[in-house]
Design a protein around this ligand. Sequence first.
Ligand SMILES: [Zn+2]
Length: 386
Amino acid sequence: MKRPLFYFLLVTLILVGSSFYLLHKKDIKTPDSYIQNKNTDSGKEINTETSEKSRKQATDKTSTATLSAIGDILIHDRVYNPAHVANGQYDFMPFLTPVQSYLGEADITVANQETMIGGVEIGLSTYPSFNSPHEVGDALKESGVDLVTLANNHTLDRGEEAIRNAIQHWNKIGMPYVGSYVSSKDKMKIRTIEMNDIIFSFLAYTYGTNGISVPKDKPYLVNLIDMEKMKQEILEAKELSDVVVVSLHFGQEYQRLPNDEQKKLARQTANAGADIIIGHHPHVLQPMEWIERADGKRSFVAYSLGNFFSGQKGDYKDIGGILQIKVEKVEVNGESIVKLNNPSFIPTFVGEDYTVSPLKKVAGKEAVYKEIINHMKQWLPELNVH
Ligand SMILES: [Zn+2]
């Protein structure tokens, strides 16, 4: 009887011991799995390891910067003649004063300078072969423009001389320019602007140059739309920056909706890595939209920003606007994610005397203002319109 009792006690002891071990082991394991599950959650729990992670996430850096863009600056004689002040000197500021504060709202503002500002020394000229006063550039600078895009169908209107004169002036006033250059070396240096720890890079291309051929030995004078070259340059720009902004001078003049070619080019440009695509050339406003990219990200496109400051009148050619978009960069554990948010638009109007004003403030244009809002929001209901 003694031996079975001994075995019974032994077995009982083993069973109790194992149960205690298993229970204890479970106790140890529970917090581990709790941490793993909750780490992917909102991170509210009091566990030390998790709260350290939460704290780290809270201190991870978020930077924001706003980019704004305006459409064509197309200076006809009827615009530069009234701007003449004395002895070949011009002043365009009075035309832009009503929109100056709006242009200054964003951290970076980009304008499309369609006519070269070759200056009076080579003789001013109007449509169809433009050359504009240097002071157009001075007024843009004073109004808050931070970079100009120069790849347009009018870039070669007055040849290399006008381009060189214009670029000399842009350099003199410290205005970065893209899309037209004085040399291969000048073209190779991708322009970037750093704002609030976010680096923006800029590129610009045009569909053509009104039948004037680009000199074969000087392709840097104007960037033409060539998807293979663009892909390469966008890749280079991506290496240098957080946000790639590409200006495309494309589409059909006076058409209020983009054509299939514009849509195709915008998609290809987005899939090549462009984050923001700013369209010009139709001289009227075309809607905006998001483009879903193959890499799962999304790009923003404004197919045409219309005329911002020009001598063209009527049929929507006197309406342009200021696009604003917020860029947010979140850095988590050394990796950064860039998001585009809150696209907004301020429609503008060029009056009888060529003064540019917010459309909302122009008397008698209430119905047009409403129509423009609907036009611009048709593919982007979230667009804020001011
Ligand atoms: Zn054009």
